[in-house]
Design a protein around this ligand. Structure first.
Ligand SMILES: NC(=O)c1ccc[n+]([C@@H]2O[C@H](COP(=O)([O-])OP(=O)(O)OC[C@H]3O[C@@H](n4cnc5c(N)ncnc54)[C@H](OP(=O)(O)O)[C@@H]3O)[C@@H](O)[C@H]2O)c1
Length: 345
């Protein structure tokens, strides 16, 4: 396994981050295909044995049960100071807004709950899961900075945002002397490359780590078009993200298969080796031992410039999908929160 620094932070992470959205109580959340605790622990242990030290979970994953499984497994199989644990918080609920809970209070409540779920007294990276259009960014950043000051998180990261949102947030944090976002978890893989337009060059310029999610397009970049799996059938959310472009994406997936055959490796290795040329550490979802093995092997595969160009050539721009398609004010009339406060920068 290769290791690297997470952006300009002090954190040393494996080049593969284990995505933990597939762990948790299947009846308590968005996904019906998640692993129970016993099987989740086996996958986490296998990841650790193969050098993975970077784990990504969220309070949203199966109502906090992913955090619980991950926390207990890491406590039993690893040293806390040798692992890098990231979790994420959600926007304020309407109920919280109605009862006057501020952004700062919301963040503290969410992080306290996540720490309780994880059985830890700090996380390494606390991630703003998706842009909260109903809470001023000033409150979010102030709240996060307080958590860094309190030692409850070492660093902060962001997910599902536009480059302009990150640039503006970090400029505000710098002006106020608050903690800045050191990493971005965006939706980025060979068949969804919209991050390349603004985010990738911006992060490279600033030394911000790129830790993309759905690195394998939720399994589509690991198997030939037409082949299926239990998850591909059950994961309605991923189908919603990828089905509309399946035909054009199939051309790229076909090229992944061609190169894999030529090089005598798996499609997973080719897809991830491509992404590893662009980012710090992809977040890879694993629910089977061979998922972990394939991701680890990908760090050893070097693609040629010609192969990279061949994989990239058929891409055509995609409409935003999933969480990013909803990253906008609830109505055109709604004012942007930045225009209401004194935090113009
Ligand atoms: N920030 C966010 O909003 C956000 C959103 C989504 C995900 N995430 C994070 O990103 C992680 C990954 O997301 P994801 O699961 O959607 O994406 P993914 O990593 O693109 O897909 C994982 C799927 O790829 C297949 N796979 C993985 N390794 C393989 C291998 N070696 N050989 C063959 N197939 C392999 C498996 O599919 P089969 O099960 O079909 O075999 C697996 O379920 C999550 O666990 C979570 O931590 C974050």
């Amino acid at each position: 396994m290769e290791y690297t620094k997470l952006g300009y932070s002090e954190l040393t992470v494996s080049r593969i981050c284990m995505g933990c959205m597939g762990f948790g109580d299947a009846i308590q959340g968005q996904h019906a295909w998640t692993l129970d605790e016993e099987h989740s622990r086996e996958i986490i242990r296998h990841g650790l044995e193969n050098g993975i030290n970077f784990f990504d979970t969220a309070i949203a994953y199966q109502s906090g049960t992913s955090e619980q499984y991950v926390g207990r497994a890491l406590r039993d199989f690893a040293r806390r100071d040798e692992t890098v644990v990231a979790t994420k918080f959600l926007p304020r609920t309407q109920e919280e807004i109605d009862s006057g809970i501020t952004g700062q209070q919301h963040i503290e409540r969410m992080l306290n709950k996540s720490l309780q779920n994880l059985g830890m007294d700090y996380v390494d990276l606390y991630i703003y899961h998706m842009w909260d259009w109903q809470t001023p960014i000033e409150d979010i950043l102030d709240g996060l900075n307080r958590m860094v000051q309190a030692g409850k998180t070492r660093y902060i990261g962001i997910s599902n945002c536009f480059a302009w949102q990150l640039a503006k947030a970090n400029a505000l944090a710098e002006k106020e002397g608050w903690a800045k976002f050191i990493s971005v978890q965006g939706h980025y893989n060979l068949i969804f490359r919209e991050e390349e337009r603004e985010m990738v060059p911006y992060c490279n310029e600033e030394g911000i780590a790129l830790t993309p999610y759905s690195a394998l397009a939720s399994g589509r970049l690991s198997r030939k078009p037409g082949e299926t799996s239990e998850r591909l059938q059950k994961d309605a959310y991923a189908r919603f993200k990828y089905d509309a472009t399946a035909e054009q994406d199939g051309v790229i997936i076909g090229r992944v298969a061609e190169i894999a055959e030529k090089r005598g490796v798996t499609m997973t290795e080719v897809s991830l080796a491509w992404l590893l040329t662009k980012v710090t550490a992809p977040v890879v979802g694993a629910t089977k031992f061979h998922h972990v093995d394939g991701a680890v092997k990908a760090t050893e595969l070097e693609l040629t410039g010609e192969e990279i160009a061949y994989l990239e050539a058929p891409y055509v721009p995609h409409a935003l999908a999933g969480v990013m398609a909803q990253n906008k004010p609830a109505s055109a009339k709604e004012k942007h929160v930045w225009s209401t406060g004194n935090q113009k920068i």
